[in-house]
Write a protein of this length. Structure first.
Length: 324
């Protein structure tokens, strides 16, 4: 874990990025009045769209701590010259320890943008896109962990099938896994175009308007970066950090993420009630710990301007208080 302030002269490749649901996600944090001097978390700095808008609304005593695994995102964050801002080079799943090390026990709002950023997709050297040829990497944090190419070279066929089926919701996972194993026996699979070609040959029917490699690339990216494990840990950590009245604002981009977010928030907003026949006072009945505030999708105008916003879902909930 690395914390940095500013590094003059940092050079970051320029790729255009439009932050999805920018105003809606930050509006949901309710940064008004005394709340503007609170402490907030941006769990995925990306290229800083949400963080910069939060900073523009923070009071003089406010504080923003942002997280990101991507070294290029960290380089962008290091250029933010604001004493109220701190960037942490790690997953938001580590926020409990990271914030405790900085003397922070509770926060007034948390924003998690779970999507892969446009610069990551558009940079062929990162290996996220099947539309451009590049090295098959797919790591959010290129300084650690196994690349997609390394994993594909060694994973058992059964594991390949399970990852592609479970994380990509791909019905041709068995055929794709067999094709990968057959191809790597002849030569290593090292580029995005090679993998996309293998998948295209194994997928029997194609979804209208969708490349046959879409689901497989999503699945491998999620697995390599432990995205669902990070999300589960991050949601639990975020909930535990929220002060009464604080809000959690979460943007997801595919059904696996959104399902996890929806179920997690619902579990905190509902509690099992005891048998009505038991003599329990209303004041002593179990109370929900969160209140569901909103579910928001990108407007048609935003989708027209940025097609990647089409699948985005923003869910907002507020901490009511009580025991954690």
């Amino acid at each position: 874990m690395t914390e940095t302030k500013t590094v003059p002269g940092t050079k970051v490749p320029e790729y255009q990025h439009r932050t999805v649901l920018l105003d809606e996600a930050v509006d949901a944090l309710n940064l008004i009045g005394a709340r503007a001097d609170g402490t907030y978390i941006d769990g995925t700095f990306g290229r800083g769209g949400h963080s910069r808008l939060i900073l523009s609304r923070l009071g003089a005593q406010g504080r923003l701590v942002a997280f990101d695994k991507d070294p290029q995102a960290i380089a962008t964050a290091e250029a933010v010259e604001d004493t109220r801002f701190t960037i942490v080079h790690d997953s938001f799943a580590t926020m409990t320890d990271a914030l405790a090390a900085r003397g922070i026990g509770q926060v007034d709002g948390i924003l998690l943008d779970l999507g892969i950023s446009s610069p990551q997709v558009d940079d062929a050297t990162r290996g996220f896109s099947f539309r451009q040829d590049g090295p098959l990497d797919m790591r959010m944090d290129t300084t650690r962990g196994m690349s997609a190419a390394e994993w594909l070279a060694t994973a058992a066929e059964q594991q390949l099938e399970k990852v592609i089926r479970d994380y990509g919701e791909e019905r041709f996972a068995f055929q794709i896994a067999k094709a990968i194993v057959a191809r790597r026996a002849i030569q290593p699979i090292s580029t995005t175009r090679e993998l996309a070609s293998i998948v295209a040959g194994a997928v029997k029917t194609r979804e209208k308007g969708k490349d046959p490699a879409t689901r497989t690339f999503q699945a491998i990216r999620i697995f390599i970066n432990q995205e669902l494990e990070d999300l589960e840990a991050g949601l639990n950590a975020a909930y535990a950090m929220l002060a009464p009245g604080a809000r959690m604002s979460v943007i997801s981009f595919h059904s696996l993420e959104d399902r996890m977010v929806k179920q997690f928030l619902a579990s905190k907003a509902k509690v099992a009630q005891p048998d009505r026949r038991l003599p329990i006072r209303a004041a002593d009945l179990p109370q929900p710990q969160m209140k569901l505030i909103a579910k928001i999708k990108a407007s048609s105008a935003e989708v027209d301007a940025n097609p990647r916003a089409r699948s985005a879902v923003l869910r907002v909930a507020e901490r009511i208080g009580g025991a954690k």
